[in-house]
Design a protein around this ligand. Structure first.
Ligand SMILES: *[C@@H]1O[C@H](CO)[C@@H](O)[C@H](O)[C@H]1NC(C)=O
Ligand SMILES: *[C@@H]1O[C@H](CO)[C@@H](O)[C@H](O)[C@H]1NC(C)=O
Ligand SMILES: *[C@@H]1O[C@H](CO)[C@@H](O)[C@H](O)[C@H]1NC(C)=O
Ligand SMILES: *[C@@H]1O[C@H](CO)[C@@H](O)[C@H](O)[C@H]1NC(C)=O
Ligand SMILES: *[C@@H]1O[C@H](CO)[C@@H](O)[C@H](O)[C@H]1NC(C)=O
Length: 429
């Protein structure tokens, strides 16, 4: 791939021409003290967006000759699409991206691990670019390492299948009790830990940092919406959650660990290696939110509303105004506990084509600035933007300034220029 070759060329000739940069805030880790997060000595909030497709997408058929796995419609997103996410989230006031495919990449030919134990280096390219661009735009990332469902990017069913446990209805959940072997079978646990090690020890050529070292990835989640045989049962063993979160911190001592159980499992609250507990909201529900926050606050940990459906149809219990107002009120207290919320989910243009938006069919696609958005959607997006700034302690009006779409990936690589806060710098232009 051309962009990778260009990057390698720039890296190899960087030393002679490199300049010194002051120690940047991008080099500092997000830390937790009790139920608050901190950056550079100041309280830090983590609100932002889910952008699940940054490592591997399923919504665009690439030009002939580009990597494409037709059965799952899987392809790597262009660099331009990834960069546009960063410029957009910057304009929206977001600080954080949660992304499934920045942590889950198993079981198809375009995955980091297509088959048990085999590593496909090419799959890191879009992930590396994502981390590098997030770092440049001051955005932080967290990602789950597996998924409760059998989606195109893989998840726990792939690890089970690799060891001969083939469960078919993994997309909607399953009642097959064998599914618990993902959490209990020593061979499978060790396979999963080996995969985590491959991810966290991978060195990103754009930053010359491993994912374990780079504070841009401030946290890893054990998984997405994890449970047991029955949907929503929160049946994730304490021992497994403890072992996986301890392992994440062993490989990345400055990483925060998120319990990936779907909902708050009270038996997990005293696992010392978990920093953050979370829940998802379809629909938004202030009552569920306040109960979860209270439980997590009682053990002095941090809470994320790590997914919420943002559209009008996701407001059958609480309105988006009530949901945001409750979260914002907490920020004024001495112990807010909830440090972030993340809408599901962002899509932007089909870059390098900056005129067409990429669509996704789950009913929650947020396309910032799409002139075709219905009025009720535009109003919601404006509220989200105002909320994201409020979470940073800033007030903005309802107007939504445009987000730059930078176009061709070649331009992105060659036009980087001088940047501080990036190690392994690319000062050669
Ligand atoms: C953590 O917070 C407590 C209480 O607010 C404070 O006393 C303590 O000094 C803090 N610890 C660190 C390492 O900042
Ligand atoms: C774990 O899975 C392996 C591979 O399928 C199998 O040989 C082993 O018996 C399982 N162990 C337990 C304790 O079920
Ligand atoms: C954690 O809480 C459970 C009850 O939920 C209790 O059985 C266990 O002893 C506690 N463990 C520690 C280390 O406090
Ligand atoms: C949002 O607007 C669309 C298009 O005008 C309309 O069809 C839809 O019913 C509205 N949804 C809600 C929940 O208001
Ligand atoms: C990248 O980091 C490694 C490990 O810290 C170091 O040995 C190497 O010299 C660095 N490479 C560049 C190009 O800075």
């Amino acid at each position: 791939m051309l962009p990778l070759m260009v990057a390698t060329l720039l890296l190899s000739s960087a030393s002679a021409l490199s300049i010194r940069c002051p120690h940047g805030v991008a080099d500092l880790s997000i830390t937790r003290n009790g139920s608050s997060l901190y950056l550079d000595g100041k309280r830090w909030t983590a609100s932002g967006a889910n952008v699940y497709w940054l490592g591997l997408d399923e919504n665009v058929i690439p030009p002939v000759g580009e990597p494409f796995y037709a059965p799952y419609k899987a392809s790597y997103p262009t660099k331009g699409r990834i960069t546009e996410v960063m410029t957009t989230l910057n304009v929206m006031g977001a600080r954080t991206i949660r992304s499934q495919t920045m942590g889950v990449s198993v079981g198809n030919p375009l995955s980091v691990m297509p088959e048990l134990g085999r590593v496909n280096e090419e799959a890191f390219e879009s992930m590396d670019w994502t981390v590098y661009q997030a770092r440049k735009y001051g955005i932080r990332i967290f990602a789950p390492f597996t998924d409760n469902y059998d989606y195109y990017h893989g998840g726990k069913f792939v690890f089970l299948r690799w060891r001969g446990i083939d469960i078919k209805n993994g997309l909607t959940g399953t009642r097959d009790p064998k599914v618990q072997e993902f959490y209990t079978n020593r061979t499978i646990i060790d396979d999963f830990k080996n995969y985590i090690k491959i991810m966290m020890t991978h060195r990103n050529p754009y930053t010359n940092l491993t994912y374990a070292e780079d504070p841009t990835i401030f946290a890893y989640e054990t998984g997405n919406e994890l449970g047991g045989p029955k949907f929503g049962d929160k049946d994730v063993p304490v021992a497994w959650t403890r072992e996986i979160t301890e392992y994440i911190k062993k490989l990345g001592p400055t990483k925060l660990a998120v319990d990936g159980t779907y909902g708050i499992n009270s038996a997990h609250l005293n696992i010392s290696s978990v920093d953050i507990f979370s829940d998802h909201f379809y629909p938004m529900d202030v009552n569920k939110l306040s109960k979860g926050v209270e439980a997590v606050g009682a053990v002095d940990k941090v809470y994320f509303a790590a997914e919420y459906g943002w559209t009008p149809q996701s407001q059958t219990i609480s309105s988006i105004d009530q949901f945001f107002a409750w979260i914002e009120e907490q920020q004024k207290t001495s112990k807010p506990i909830i440090a972030g919320d993340h809408f599901w989910s962002l899509f932007m243009h089909n870059v390098p084509d900056c005129s067409a938006f990429v669509d996704h069919d789950d009913g929650f696609t947020l396309q910032y600035g799409n002139p075709k958005n219905p009025t009720n959607y535009t109003a919601q997006i404006s509220k989200i933007q105002q909320h994201l700034f409020k979470m940073q302690g800033k007030t903005v009006g309802a107007a939504m300034p445009p987000a730059p779409c930078l176009g061709k990936s070649e331009d992105l690589v060659l036009g980087l220029g001088l940047e501080c806060g990036i190690r392994g710098k690319r000062e050669v232009v």
